[in-house]
Design a protein around this ligand. Structure first.
Ligand code: ISE
Length: 336
């Protein structure tokens, strides 16, 4: 079977990371096109895909006949305008999270896909491919420690780029926990409540953080999420699960430990690109394998929508300080 010819749309840090991944570590695919308006970013990306052709927009890339699949890594605000021509062309697409910035646009994307009659959108929730989360989900389902009672999640970034605004705490960062809590519990989130923690004076002025987000599932599990993007020391994503008869934790660094001068230290990640490197590899390989046979290899557009619906409740709570309910549209039969 011929290799999947992939067009990467948006070649910032994430898009470029995917180009390198596809062209050096994945099998069954290669990057044949990029869409990137910024000349410097495009040039830097093309170093890793010297044979790829650059297009000004996704429609031209599709019309060229040079691509079989698309990987969307632009900021979320541009996802809908890129996804709609892709859906019209019926080609498989991996769309980074959040699928779209709000519920109205998420529902438009879902409706367009359903009208096309074929599931072609996989959403980039890479944590579902992380070994730790997979093991924890198995443990929850197996119920060896009894029922799951609560989850405590810590999501810590050393710092964030200057274009990262306060709403992104929820839309860009907590959106990962929003998806993974449903993945772990198998139950939809029914409310979100944001509490401001004591402000870190080292955070950029525009950010009011860290925050603590309480996500409650329909099954009655509350997940607490410490979202903290100015921790300085490294990148850390830890999840603790509290059961009736025990506690489990995933995500501690398993880097080298060194004992020296009366103390020990273990290397910590400094970026999500290394913390989740394996998960990204597994996610993209799964997408490629599935796309080559016309299937999805991970979360679909309805999963993307479910997460956007909770992001919207979380954003409301970020502004109101109150607990806000998450409500969902009726799931089209197409996604059953
Ligand atoms: C970023 O977009 C990601 O997806 C990372 O996984 C997350 O840790 C970070 O906070 C986001 O800004």
């Amino acid at each position: 079977m011929a290799d999947l010819r992939v067009c990467v749309i948006g070649t910032g840090a994430m898009g470029t990371d995917h180009i390198v991944r596809i062209n050096t570590r994945m099998s069954g695919a290669g990057v044949t096109a990029i869409v990137e308006p910024d000349a410097n970013r495009a040039a830097a990306a093309l170093v890793h895909a010297p044979e790829a052709k650059q297009f000004p927009n996704i429609s031209d890339a599709i019309a060229s006949g040079l691509i079989d699949a698309a990987l969307v890594a632009t900021p979320g605000a541009f996802h809908e305008e890129v996804l709609l021509p892709i859906i019209a062309a019926g080609i498989p697409v991996l769309c980074e999270k959040p699928m779209t910035p709000d519920v109205a646009s998420a529902l438009r994307v879902v409706a367009a896909e359903a009208a096309g009659g074929k599931k072609i959108i996989q959403v980039g929730f890479m944590r579902r491919f992380d070994e730790g989360y997979i093991e924890l989900q198995k443990q929850i389902l197996g119920a060896q420690l009894g029922e799951l009672l609560a989850l405590h999640c810590a999501h810590r970034n050393p710092s964030v780029p200057e274009w990262y605004g306060n709403d992104m705490l929820i839309a860009d960062s907590v959106s990962h926990e929003i998806d993974i809590v449903r993945f772990l519990t198998g139950s939809p989130i029914v409310s979100a409540e944001v509490k401001q923690l004591k402000r870190n004076k080292l955070a950029p002025e525009r950010l009011n953080e860290p925050i603590l987000v309480l996500l409650e599932t329909e099954s009655g599990v509350i997940a607490t999420v410490e979202m903290n993007v100015s921790v300085q020391f490294g990148y850390q994503v830890i999840t603790e699960a509290v059961f009736q008869k025990g506690v489990s934790e995933i995500g501690r660094s398993n880097g080298m430990t060194t004992w020296e001068a009366g103390r020990s230290s273990t290397a910590e990640h400094v970026s999500y690109l290394t913390r989740f490197a394996r998960a990204y590899d597994d996610e993209i390989q799964s997408w490629i394998n599935a796309a080559r046979i016309g299937q999805l290899g991970g979360p679909n557009a309805w999963d993307g929508y479910m997460s956007v619906a909770v992001v919207e409740a979380g954003l409301k709570s970020l502004h109101s300080g109150a607990k806000e309910l998450a409500t969902y549209a009726t799931k089209p039969a197409f996604y059953n």
